[in-house]
Design a protein around this ligand. Structure first.
Ligand SMILES: [Zn+2]
Length: 428
């Protein structure tokens, strides 16, 4: 069957002229400006309406948020030019969408009333009481320094296209820059018959540009029918994952070494005088190393996912709220580090494009607590991660916590294919 698939392809790119670079930087600025105006309005509203810690944030409509075009009209530079009109219109709207997402993300955790660690430290050492601005997940102002700059633009009737390895992006009507082009370092071709949907331009600390091209293309996918080789994967903090055969995916040694080096370089950076020449130099060292660590990890994840997708017809994973895992103070570092979310994503598309399956067990499937031999549910395991091994009180079978969970997931997958219905689930 012919399917339409969406993918993103990232290329290192260089602006074709200094004017283009200036224009792109303006776009970054506009994106940031619009976002920050939203945040400022939000803070203002919360202060005036005596926001109570623990409450959800109101909708944009309720807080009387001006529209993007109103913001655009308001903002004039010292020469009375409404400079937000000089950049890609789509970029400004995107900033609003980001803000909306930030509000939604905050509302999910608002009831927890947690402050940022830095705010708690400040309270302890300087006696400054934290405010709602210090709540974890509260939208904050984007700074020109530090975080990487980016903006996204959308293809409308061929406004984005590639010709002779140059990527052309739409410009703004009122901008003096008419042609926005990037010379691509095309290390690989886009898939055949692909249509460009959108492009995100980012700039790193060194001032280098990357473009991520979102494309949709047709792909012939043949279903493999009933899956024969099924694998259960249990997410594990210490081993990344454990499968039902007891195999562990250990992170490679070189990666850990890199992390140690990165920590060392970051310590050196923290000792240098901010904004000094030596500081600036060290900042680049750190950012290059950070990028390297990210790339190594991504590479490893892709290879691991590829190997599994080649070998198995179906992979069963548990339902995992990675956001919740990330907020557990014992786990947070580890979780961000091994990027299980990315892995799951890579695994899914690598299997699906071969007509294979990825199955996620439902939230209430107690993969850890069930005995994979007799099906007894051992409630003593609930919420207690310290028990690594246990004996089934019903059949007496000795279990390794992770392997047992992976076995249950595999069994879930087997039932799923045999009956093609969701098996009865256990209420936890
Ligand atoms: Zn048992």
């Amino acid at each position: 069957m012919l399917h339409i698939v969406n993918r993103g392809y990232v290329y290192r790119a260089a602006p074709i002229s200094p004017e283009v670079e200036r224009y792109v930087r303006q776009c970054f600025g506009a994106d940031r400006k619009i976002y920050n105006l939203h945040v400022a309005h939000l803070y203002d509203y919360l202060e005036k309406n005596h926001y109570q810690i623990g409450d959800k944030l109101p909708s944009l409509k309720k807080m009387g948020m001006p529209t993007v075009s109103m913001f655009k009209k308001q903002c004039v530079n010292k020469d009375h030019v409404a400079y937000l009109y000089l950049v890609d219109a789509y970029a400004s709207n995107e900033a609003k969408q980001h803000f909306k997402k930030a509000i939604m993300a905050f509302n999910k955790v608002a009831y927890k009333k947690q402050y940022k660690r830095s705010a708690l430290k400040r309270q302890k050492t300087l006696g400054i009481e934290p405010t709602f601005r210090d709540l974890k997940g509260m939208p904050t102002f984007h700074s020109r320094k530090g975080s990487k700059s980016s903006y996204t633009t959308c293809n409308q009737n061929g406004t984005i296209y590639i010709k002779d390895d140059i990527l052309y992006l739409p410009s703004a009507q009122k901008s003096s820059v008419k042609v926005v082009g990037f010379k691509l370092n095309k290390h690989r071709d886009l898939p055949k018959n692909s249509k460009i949907k959108n492009v995100t331009v980012t700039m790193n600390a060194k001032g280098q540009f990357d473009v991520s091209i979102g494309v949709a293309f047709p792909l012939e996918i043949e279903s493999i029918g009933t899956p024969a080789r099924i694998l259960g994967l249990d997410y594990s903090q210490s081993h990344f994952f454990v499968d039902n055969e007891g195999k562990k995916a250990n992170y490679p040694h070189y990666y850990r070494k890199m992390k140690e080096r990165l920590a060392k370089e970051q310590r050196i950076l923290s000792r240098r005088k901010k904004e000094s020449k030596r500081w600036e130099k060290q900042r680049l060292v750190v950012s290059r190393l950070q990028r390297k660590v990210v790339n190594q990890r991504k590479d490893w994840l892709h290879k691991k996912a590829y190997a599994l997708a080649k070998r198995y017809d179906m992979v069963v994973v548990e339902h995992l709220d990675l956001r919740a895992v990330g907020q557990n103070k014992y786990y947070a570092n580890n979780q961000q580090d091994n990027g299980f979310g990315h892995f799951r994503l890579y695994l899914t598309y690598k299997l699906e494009q071969q007509g294979k399956y990825v199955v996620q067990a439902p939230k209430n499937f107690a993969s850890t607590q069930l005995c994979s031999t007799c099906g007894h549910q051992n409630r003593a395991l609930k919420g207690n991660v310290t028990i690594r091994e246990w004996d089934c009180p019903s059949c007496g079978h000795h279990h390794d916590r992770d392997i047992n969970a992976a076995c249950n997931l595999k069994q879930y997958g087997e039932k799923y294919t045999k009956e093609e219905i969701v098996p009865p689930t256990i209420v936890v």
